[in-house]
Design a protein around this ligand. Structure first.
Ligand code: FAD
Length: 423
C-alpha cells in the first residue's frame, strides 16, 4: 500500500478541478490534483458568463485575470437569418456580479487557474493520468500513470473534474446521451475579422441559420473565434472534408461570411461532437463529480466554465463539511447533488426553449414587463446558481407562459413551432 496520502484527490485540472482544489486547499485540506495534459493546452469554451467574475473573486484570482488583457465582453448579440432580426443584450448593473465578463483563450485562462490552485496549496501533478480508482471503507486508492507522479496514492475523498472524459461515469456508472441533441461543432481562430468598436467590440455574436448556429467570439489581439454548430445529420450527409463543410457553413451565413471576408484563418478547424449527455452517478460514497463530469447540454449561452467553477466551489464546501463530521457516504453529498440540479435547471430549460421558434421570437422582442427582461438576463449571466429569488422565478414563469401563447398563435397562423432541436 502506498504511503502517499492526501485528504482529497482531484481528477482533472480544468476550471472545475482548479476551483475545487483551490477552495479545498484554502480550507486547509491536503489536496493532490492530477492533470493528464501539459498546460497550456487548447480547449473549447472561450466566452465567460458575468457571474464567473464573482467566482474568480472568491477564489482570489480575479485581479490576476483582470490584468491579463483579455477581451472584455459587455453583452451578447443575437441574429436570426430567417427574418434579419438582430438584438443586443447588455448585462445589467446592480447585480451581485459585475455587468461584464471576458472572452479568453482557454489555454492561458486554465493555466492561470491551475497555477492559482497550486499556489493555494494543492500538489499538482502534470502530465499525470488517473487510470483507476478503488473505493473502500476508509478511502480511495488512486492509480496514476505519468512521469513525475506517484503511481499510487491514498485519499479519503475524490473529486471527479475530468470534464467530458467523465471518469467516474465511465468507470462506475453510465453516460447517457440526451435525446435529440446530436450536434457537431466545427470552429477555428481568425486574424483580421471585422471588429466593432467601443462597448460593442467584445460582444459575443450568435447567428441563427436554418442549418444550425454560429458563435462569433472576439478575443484580444485581433483574434476571433468562429464556431458552426450543426445537427449531426448535416455532418453525416456531407461527403467532403470537415474543412470544406466548415467553409460551406460560413458561406451559407451572409453576415459571418462578410465579417470574415478579409480575415486569415490561423488555426486548424477543430471538431467537437456528441457533447450533450448526462452522467450518473453524480455523488457516491467518498466521491463527488463537478463541471462537465456531471453533465453538458449545449454551449449556446456560454455557461460551461461558470458551472464548472461554481460546482467546484459547492463540492469543496460539501467536502469540508464531510471532513468536519467524518462522514463521507453518498447520503452526505445528496444536498450538493440537489443544489447542482437546481442551479443548472433554469439554464437548461432556457437552452431547450431557445430552439423553439415561439420562444426565440420572444427573445428577439424583449419586453420589460413584470421583471421579465431582468429575469432573462439573470439566467444568461449565471444568476440561477447564486441566489434565485422568487420574483425572478415568477418572471421567468411568465416568459415561458407567453412563449406557450406564442406557440399557439404561430400554430393558428400555420408557422413552424417545432423545436429546432428535433431537426
Ligand atoms: C462546442 C463547445 C463550445 C463551448 N463553448 C463554451 C463557451 O463559450 N463558454 C463556456 O463557458 N463553456 C463553453 N463550453 C463548455 C466548456 O468547454 C466546458 O463546460 C468546461 O471546459 C468544463 O470545465 P471542466 O473543468 O468541467 O472540464 P475541462 O475543462 O474539460 O477539464 C477537464 C480536464 O480533465 C483532464 N482529464 C480528463 N481525464 C483525466 C484523467 N483520467 N486523469 C487526469 N486528467 C484528466 C483533461 O485533460 C482536462 O484538462 C463549450 C463546449 C463545447 C462542446
Amino acid at each position: 500500500m502506498s504511503d502517499v496520502r492526501y485528504d482529497v484527490v482531484v481528477v482533472g485540472g480544468g476550471p472545475g478541478g482548479s476551483s475545487s482544489a483551490t477552495f479545498l486547499s484554502q480550507a486547509g485540506l491536503k489536496v493532490a490534483l492530477f492533470e493528464r495534459e501539459v498546460f497550456p493546452r487548447f480547449h473549447v469554451g472561450e466566452s465567460l458568463m458575468p457571474a464567473t467574475m464573482l467566482l474568480l473573486e472568491q477564489m482570489g484570482v480575479r485581479r490576476e485575470i483582470e490584468a491579463c488583457g483579455f477581451q472584455i465582453k459587455n453583452g451578447a448579440m443575437f441574429f436570426d437569418e430567417e427574418n434579419g432580426l438582430q438584438r443586443t443584450f447588455y448585462f445589467l448593473p446592480g447585480q451581485q456580479w459585475p455587468n461584464y465578463s471576458y472572452e479568453v483563450p482557454r489555454a492561458e485562462f486554465d493555466t492561470i487557474l491551475l497555477d492559482h490552485a497550486r499556489r493555494s496549496g494543492a500538489s499538482v501533478f502534470q502530465p499525470a493520468t488517473v487510470e483507476s480508482v478503488d473505493f473502500d471503507g476508509d478511502g480511495v486508492t488512486v492509480r496514476v500513470s505519468g512521469a513525475g507522479a506517484p503511481p499510487m496514492v491514498r485519499a479519503r475523498m475524490l473529486v471527479d473534474a475530468s470534464g467530458r472524459s467523465s471518469f467516474i461515469a465511465t468507470q462506475l456508472g453510465e453516460r447517457r446521451r440526451r435525446p435529440n441533441l446530436g450536434k457537431v461543432a466545427l470552429f477555428a481562430h481568425f486574424r483580421g475579422a471585422d471588429r466593432l468598436s467601443g462597448k460593442e467590440e467584445g460582444n459575443i455574436r450568435i447567428y441563427v441559420v436554418p442549418d444550425g448556429w454560429f458563435w462569433w467570439i472576439p478575443l484580444a489581439n485581433d483574434i476571433t473565434s468562429v464556431g458552426a454548430v450543426m445537427h449531426a445529420r448535416t455532418v453525416r450527409a456531407w461527403t467532403g472534408t470537415a474543412d470544406d463543410l466548415y467553409a460551406s457553413m460560413i458561406a451559407r451565413c451572409a453576415p459571418v461570411a462578410a465579417g470574415l471576408a478579409r480575415a486569415e484563418r490561423i488555426s486548424v478547424v477543430h471538431r467537437e461532437a456528441n457533447f450533450a449527455y448526462v452522467n450518473t452517478p453524480i455523488v457516491g460514497d467518498r466521491f463527488v463529480t463537478v463541471g462537465d463530469a456531471v453533465t453538458f447540454v449545449d454551449p449556446i449561452f456560454s455557461g460551461g466554465v461558470y458551472i464548472a467553477l461554481r460546482t467546484g466551489q459547492l463540492a469543496a464546501e460539501a467536502i469540508v463539511r464531510a471532513f468536519a463530521d467524518g462522514r463521507f457516504s453518498a447520503r452526505r453529498f445528496r444536498a450538493y447533488q440537489r443544489r447542482v440540479e437546481r442551479g443548472v435547471a433554469p439554464l437548461f430549460k432556457f437552452i431547450h426553449k431557445y430552439y423553439e421558434p415561439a420562444f426565440f421570437d420572444l427573445l428577439m422582442h424583449p419586453r420589460n414587463f413584470l421583471g421579465m427582461y431582468e429575469a432573462v438576463l439573470n439566467v444568461l449571466s449565471g444568476g440561477s446558481f447564486i441566489r434565485f429569488r422568487w420574483r425572478t422565478r415568477l418572471s421567468l414563469g411568465l416568459v415561458f407562459a407567453i412563449a406557450r401563447i406564442n406557440t399557439w398563435v404561430r400554430q393558428r397562423r400555420g408557422r413552424p413551432v417545432d423545436s429546432r432541436l428535433e431537426w
